[in-house]
Design a protein around this ligand. Sequence first.
Ligand SMILES: NC(=O)c1ccc[n+]([C@@H]2O[C@H](COP(=O)([O-])OP(=O)(O)OC[C@H]3O[C@@H](n4cnc5c(N)ncnc54)[C@H](O)[C@@H]3O)[C@@H](O)[C@H]2O)c1
Length: 293
Amino acid sequence: MTRKSTQWALILGVSSGFGAAAARELSRNGYNILGVHLDRQATMPAVKQLIAEIESNGRIAEFYNMNAADEHKRHAALDNFVDSYHQEGRAEIKVLMHSLAFGTLRPLVGRNESEMIKKAQLEMTIDVMANSLIYWTQDTVRRGLLGRGSRIFAMTSDGANLNLPFYGAVSAEKAALESYVRQLAIELGPRGITINALLAGVTDTPALSKIPGARNMLYAAVAKNPFNRATTPEDVAVAIMALMREGTEFINGNTIGVDGGESKISFVGQKSPYQYADLNLLDESSWDPTDVS
Ligand SMILES: NC(=O)c1ccc[n+]([C@@H]2O[C@H](COP(=O)([O-])OP(=O)(O)OC[C@H]3O[C@@H](n4cnc5c(N)ncnc54)[C@H](O)[C@@H]3O)[C@@H](O)[C@H]2O)c1
């Protein structure tokens, strides 16, 4: 075995979107993939295709189709991984990526009782999409699978700080996730493990398509984005590889935008001051701030 083949990436939400793109990029760069996903029969062909791609890169794809929030299944998957690959302390999880999309998109109060989000839905969203980051981190640290040089990435969105219709539960879990990242950075730093949240821009994935008004969100994102396009899962995969470079461990405890700057722009079309120049707004003599025509 080459030294590189002992390096693993554990990807929660491996079968689609950001997780799948990261699995492709990391396997191309020498990482075996320990993947967790939740798929029914209809989407299994895509999962098999991804496994084949990882294997064609000469890497192992060890996949578990299970609920990542199920405690017993989590222990069973990690124990199985230890038995199969870590017996002599060889397998190192160098990347732990949290990219689970499993939330309830409903109003918190809504127009009537039937629209109102239920307690179980709110708690499940926060458990799967935020709390599970803690449990997977605890259980990999516990087993000695994460160590010096390991990096954790958790996927967040600007919905952590802004409001979107139907996004209340997911917004809350994103805020919690970013808070967990800050807290874990303090605790994991002395172990040589870093953790950051990656804030992706609006990206065309199955998870996005479930948000009411997703098409309009995409149009607005492209209109705002300084790069005139939406974020892709590959943008995030490339960012992860960049953050894997040796010597980058001081990038820790942050929420890092991987969105082309989209989340910093609050007005559609406001891409450069020159657009104001076109409108003569930079010419003070002609600038009447009260004129909104
Ligand atoms: N798409 C966007 O615009 C966007 C933007 C910023 C952040 N994000 C965040 O990125 C993350 C991933 O989103 P995506 O767009 O790649 O979604 P996606 O639907 O493409 O992929 C979600 C993945 O999670 C897996 N999954 C879902 N529930 C699971 C569970 N209970 N147990 C195990 N696996 C489960 C699915 O099988 C799939 O592999 C989410 O946290 C999402 O909020 C998405």
